[in-house]
Write a protein that binds this ligand. Structure first.
Ligand code: SF4
Length: 265
């Protein structure tokens, strides 16, 4: 851990989430943004370290201490997200197991699925009750444009690994889809992939936060405009009409439970 992260808490919030209520965030990375994707819409801005190598970023002891000092009792769910891809942290399972000893508040991992073929990660995820996997494309071309993954990662691999994971995981598996104008044409293909995976729930989103010009620790919590201490540029979202059409099409084609960020408006 670098000296600069000693004063930064690895636990933030709780912050309200349209999907899961009051969400307490756990950031197992903290010191910079680290991910195996560099999504065109990432709320962290352009990812600073693009890698699919796991490592220890913050000690388990510090995370548990930060957790104990946080407002965790006010949360409905504990979410591993923060400054990048949480499955890249080698202590994910260790932290989840230790938090489970403190509270039965459900724990959730938001992941891009690039580590779902790793037996150690699969083992870590057994300690959390929910896993939400990102799926923003149905073709490799759009996948490369929207998610801009590290070299060697393909959409076909992630879809296969997610299908395999669904068969082995006893918790709740959600799929999160971010719709932008650039992947609007993928609805048909995405519906086919969803039917193959068979998740418990599908969540549709569109960018509601601007794209930061550079990484800032505050961006992990999705601050409102007046509290946002960094420069950012707005992103193009899909329109309400488009979002409703996508939602209806996916529901009709898949028969799955579909939630949409627009439903709350
Ligand atoms: S997977 Fe998540 S953290 Fe990684 S670049 Fe995409 S939105 Fe950002």
């Amino acid at each position: 851990m670098s000296t600069s992260t000693k004063s930064i808490s690895s636990v933030y919030g709780p912050v309200p989430s349209w999907r899961v209520g009051q969400s307490l965030g756990i950031d197992l990375i903290c010191e910079t943004s680290v991910c195996s994707f560099n999504c065109a819409y990432c709320q962290l801005g352009s990812i600073q370290i693009i890698t699919n190598q796991r490592k220890l970023f913050i000690s388990t002891e510090k995370v548990i201490q930060d957790f104990k000092e946080s407002d965790w009792k006010k949360s409905d769910i504990i979410t591993y997200s923060g400054s990048g891809e949480p499955t890249l942290a080698t202590n994910l399972g260790d932290v989840a197991r230790k938090i489970r000893k403190i509270t039965e508040i459900p724990q959730l991992v938001l992941t891009n699925g690039t580590q779902l073929n790793n037996p150690e990660v699969i083992s870590d995820l057994r300690h959390v009750q929910r896993v939400y996997v990102k799926l923003d494309a149905a073709s490799e071309k759009v996948f490369q444009r929207v998610n801009r993954p590290v070299d060697g990662v393909t959409l076909a691999n992630i879809v296969q690994w997610t299908k395999d994971f669904k068969k082995r995981y006893s918790g709740f598996l959600g799929i999160q889809i971010m719709f932008l104008p650039m992947n609007r044409s993928e609805v048909e293909g995405i519906s086919e992939i969803l039917q193959e995976i068979g998740p418990d729930e599908v969540q549709l989103n569109t960018p509601t936060r601007p794209y930061p010009r550079s990484w800032h620790i505050a961006s992990r919590g999705g601050h409102s405009e007046e509290l946002r201490p960094y420069e950012s540029v707005p992103l193009r979202a899909v329109t309400l009409e488009d979002a409703e059409e996508i939602e209806r099409a996916l529901r009709e084609k898949t028969g799955l439970k579909i939630l949409s960020v627009y439903q709350k408006k």
